[in-house]
Every structure is written in C-alpha cells, then in structure tokens.
Design a protein around this ligand. Structure first.
Ligand SMILES: Cc1ncc(COP(=O)(O)O)c(C=O)c1O
Length: 377
C-alpha cells in the first residue's frame, strides 16, 4: 500500500476509500442484472485523487473508467490499472489520436471527421481503435444529434479499423428537470430501437449519470456512468440519498491565535471588525488551496466540534476564524473545512451554497497543492 504523503503545511484532504466502496456497492445494488459500472473519475476523481480512486473502483469491478484526457488515461495505465478508460470529451487536435490509439484508450466520437481520423490513425499504426459514439439528445455540448445518429453509426461501422464498442448520451437535468430528461430518454430509446431494426447491436449502451441511476431506473442499459454519487455527494441540497456516504474531508490547523479588543479590523481592507473582545485564529488554508475568496465573512468551519465563522477576507494561504466561543482553543487545533468533527458536520453542499455554486465545483476546486491522504481502514 502507498505510504501517506509527507507534508509540512497543515492543510490536507482525507479520502475515505471505505466510503467510496460503500457508495459503489450502493449504486451497484440499484442496477438491473447485467448492467455494469463505468465509474466517472475524471477531473482527478472529482478532486479525490485519480489513481487511488481508480484503483479502488477497478478492484470493485468497474467495467470502464470515465476520464477527461489522455493524460488521465496514461496516469492510470502507469499505475498498472488495466480497466479500460473512456475519454468523455472530444479528442483535439487529431494528432493526439496516435497516443490514444497506441495506448488502447477508448474514444468518444462526436463527428464523422473524428471517426475518419481515428480510422486513418489506427490503420497507420496497424491497430484497432475502440470508440463510443456520443449522441446529443438535449445536452447541447458534444455529440451527433439524435436525428443524424443512425447514419453516423452506420458510417462508423463501415470503417475497417474502428470498433464501435459503445454508444451513449448524457442527461442535461437528471437531478431536477424531469421534462427534458423524459424527452432525452425518448430520443435515445427511439434511436436504439431504430438501430435494432437495422440489425445493429452495440455491446455497451449507456446514458445514466448518478441522478438518472437513482431517479430513472428504467433507463439502465449495459452500463451506467455514476460520478458524484461514488463520492457520497449529491448536487441538489437536501436531496442526497440517505445511503450515500461522503468520502472527502478537508482539514487544516490553527497556526496562530490572538486576543483582540472590540473594533479590531481583520484581514485585507478591514471588511470585518470585531464587535466584542475576541479570540481570532489564523488557519493554514486560503484561496490558493481552493477555499474561495467569496467565503470571506460568510463560511463557517469546525473547531473543537463547534462552528466557527470565517472572518475578514480569505487570503491566498491563510484564513482567519472567530474562535471566541470555542472553549480551550489552542494553536495546533484541527480545523475542519469540510467534513465531520465529533457530532458536527459541514457538508460540501453547504459550502456550495455559501459560494453560490455546485458541490462539483467545490470538490474539483480543491487545489493540487493540498495533499490527499488515502484512508483504507
Ligand atoms: C458524460 C458524463 N457522464 C457521466 C457523468 C457523471 O455525472 P454525475 O457526477 O452527475 O454522476 C458526467 C459528469 O459530469 C459526464 O460528463
């Protein structure tokens, strides 16, 4: 097992792999027989650490790993994680295809031009390239429109060095927009029926992200693509399925304490002034760690099992906290930025609300300089 990273500056993220395992099995328990999991671990596994999470979900039997880039696929391969990875975005420029094909990386195809380039590259390398056709049923990002999809599929199948391993679409509002989701489901299933009528069988068909897995069990095909649920998080506050367990805790320590009189300004531009004689702590995290400046005078953290407000502007590497009401507070005390301390909990959904953003952005925004400490026991 990998040794925990050595770090000196006290800010780190603990990744609970037992919880990731629990969440994976929770998702799996919802699947119909024969449906596998394409674990979406792109963007450094939503900030949880690509390679360590990739290893955990591969051992649990993920059929594919969904990634952002060739870089992520190569990092997994270098770590000897042999579960095939599918790049969920577009490959650009096409000269990158050579590396992708050489390394058997699965490619999402969203245009005829890309399909032709894949074929050309694979022929030159005397290899086959495995692709998943990406169909746009309403997301409006990448993908061939549903009405042109049957012809697109036929075109891919005509190419000698391209193997059409999968076909998929992505929901734009599975968490809250039922009307759009129903339309997307209709377009995708109509396409699949049309392909079937032409005698076309594609081994891997997938559409469901976490929202659809939990809310639309009727749309499971041969694979599902959970991301955020594997990390025990849900994008819509107050609706997190109770059987998910958050996998990431973000922590720091108090590195300085001072007693100040009332009316003392704190941090840049004095946007906070103490209203009473106060104990102000400085903790070792700031916006360069991903703790946003918009949390200034808004967010709370946990110290001594209690909530302590963030006071004054968040700075690049340090943040001030009002710990006047925390008994026996000391330099070196743990600060929980996100997660649990005793009975107190600060969920990522709450941080997202303070920053007027989504839990995805908070998790992906935890900077790479914050060491990830993997907990397996
Ligand atoms: C194409 C695709 N599939 C699946 C997912 C996973 O979605 P979620 O994290 O909501 O489960 C994503 C995430 O953005 C995605 O882009």
């Amino acid at each position: 097992m990998k040794r925990p990273p050595k770090f000196y500056r006290p800010v780190w993220a603990e990744i609970n792999h037992k919880h990731i395992k629990h969440n994976f099995l929770t998702v799996k328990a919802r699947l119909s027989r024969g449906t596998g999991i394409l674990a979406v671990i792109k963007a450094n596994a939503y900030g949880h650490g690509l390679v360590s999470v990739g290893r955990t979900v591969s051992r649990l039997g993920a059929k594919f790993l969904g990634v952002t880039s060739i870089e992520e696929s190569l990092d997994l391969k270098a770590a000897r994680i042999n579960t095939p990875s599918l790049i969920l975005g577009n490959i650009f420029p096409f000269s990158n295809l050579e590396t992708a094909v050489k390394n058997n990386i699965r490619i999402s195809l969203a245009s005829v031009e890309a399909a032709l380039q894949c074929d050309k590259t694979a022929r030159r390398l005397k290899k086959k390239v495995y692709v998943h056709a990406k169909i746009d049923t309403g997301m409006g990002r990448i993908g061939v429109s549903a009405r042109n999809a049957a012809a697109f599929v036929e075109k891919i199948r005509s190419l000698r060095s391209v193997v059409l391993e999968g076909i998929y679409t992505h929901f734009a509002g599975a968490y809250e927009d039922s009307e759009t989701t129903q339309k997307q489901i209709h377009l995708f299933t109509s396409l699949l029926n049309a392909l079937k009528a032409r005698g076309i069988e594609i081994p891997f068909i997938h559409d469901a992200n976490s929202g659809a897995i939990f809310k639309y069990p009727q749309v499971q095909f041969s694979l599902v693509r959970p991301g955020i649920s594997l990390f025990g998080v849900w994008p819509v506050a107050g609706q997190t399925p109770s059987d998910l367990r958050p996998a990431l805790a973000w922590k720091s320590r108090i590195i300085y304490l001072k007693n100040v009189p009332a009316d003392t300004p704190v941090s840049y531009a004095g946007t906070f002034r103490t209203a009473r004689p106060s104990v102000i702590a400085t903790a070792a995290f700031g916006y360069a760690d991903g703790f946003r400046r918009s949390f200034s005078n808004k967010a709370q953290v946990l110290v001594g099992g209690l909530r302590a407000p963030v006071v004054g502007r968040v700075t690049m590497d340090m943040t001030m906290l009002d710990v006047t009401d925390v008994p026996d507070v000391k330099v070196g005390d743990e600060v929980v930025i996100l997660g649990r301390q005793g009975d107190a909990v600060l969920p990522v959904e709450e941080l997202a609300r303070w920053a007027d953003t989504s839990p995805y952005e908070i998790l992906c925004g935890i900077a790479s300089r914050v060491p990830r400490v993997d907990l397996h026991a």
